[in-house]
Design a protein around this ligand. Structure first.
Ligand SMILES: [Zn+2]
Length: 193
């Protein structure tokens, strides 16, 4: 399987095409094939990372989980953890930890700290957060119920302001129709809470 995936990468095929080919060969379900390819690709790229760390004399690596709401509990708990390269163990503290794992690793140099930013995804939108932010910090700040409400409140407020500005340019009939619509929106928001 490893050889098969590797040769596909060289041919420049995407995950779907690779999955279809593997599906043909193994006559397994399409979903199973996708799962295999994704896990296999994660394995290959993280093994390549390990080789380059070894070559560069890097002694530690940092486990990096994807910051969105699909991340497994397993990977959430490992996010931001630093391990010696000598103790790396695939499936335990080195990705992939499980099928469909999306976690990666970064070289860690003692005393350099974590600078820059990392990408997170909230409600389908990408945003940059500090490099030092761990999954649990991310969850607390962006994924907890209280903050979800805060985010949607901001959107509603700005939408209502824009609508109010436009009301002034409309005929009385159009304005009345939109005011009516706004009230319906506000009422449905109250119902959702
Ligand atoms: Zn994972």
């Amino acid at each position: 399987m490893l050889f098969f995936t590797g040769s596909c990468i060289h041919q420049g095929l995407d995950v779907r095409e690779m999955s279809r080919r593997i599906n043909d060969v193994m006559s397994s379900g399409y979903k199973n094939a996708v799962r295999l390819v994704r896990t296999e690709m994660n394995f290959v790229s993280n093994q390549a990372a390990a080789e380059s760390f070894d070559e560069a004399g890097i002694l530690y690596y940092e486990f990096i989980a994807v910051l969105d709401n699909r991340t497994s509990k397993m990977c959430q708990s490992r996010d931001g953890e630093v391990y010696p390269m000598s103790e790396k163990s695939v499936g335990f503290n080195y990705p992939p930890l499980h099928p469909r794992c999306r976690s990666t690793v970064a070289p860690y140099v003692e005393g350099s700290g974590r600078l820059g930013s990392r990408i997170a995804k909230v409600n389908g939108k990408r945003l940059h957060v500090p490099e030092s932010m761990t999954y649990s910090e991310f969850k607390e700040k962006y994924l907890t119920a209280g903050n979800k409400t805060a985010l949607s409140n901001i959107n509603i407020e700005s939408t209502l302001k824009k609508m109010a500005a436009q009301l002034e340019k409309l005929t009385p009939e159009e304005a009345a129709a939109i005011r009516n619509y706004t009230q319906v929106l506000e009422r449905s928001e109250l119902i959702q809470r």
